[in-house]
Design a protein around this ligand. Sequence first.
Ligand code: THU
Length: 136
Amino acid sequence: MTEMVSNEKLLALAAEARDHSYSPYSHYSVGAALLTKDGKVYQGCNIENASFTPTICAERTAFFHAIFDGVRAFSKIAIIGSGELPAFPCGVCRQVMSEFCDGDFVIITSNRDGSRVVTETLDQMMPHRFGPKDLL
Ligand code: THU
């Protein structure tokens, strides 16, 4: 089912989501597109705040969008920033991924014009992470 959405298509949906970014402080816009295990896509963008700390990243916006909708199973996420380097997810977003995703969850990150793409699993990006299993 998840193969129905290619990495390229997911990156295009992340780029579309980036257009919704509210980032008047950093001027760094980010978009994310999160693919569920049953083939649905949830988008997110970064949303900043004058008080700075309430700022939320594109990845978490996409996850919370899906979680609110009752979805709990995810296969991959595409992220696109507006800088020269691919937009790697911050530690807080990796922790949120750890809550809902297995180690084989795929993270595809890209830069401004899509000329640089890095694809890794959650295991690769956040080894030895703390998660729900630790509270058993
Ligand atoms: N940001 C994201 O949305 N995702 C990332 O992966 C890295 C950082 C946002 C947060 C903030 O609005 C801006 O980028 C600069 O840090």
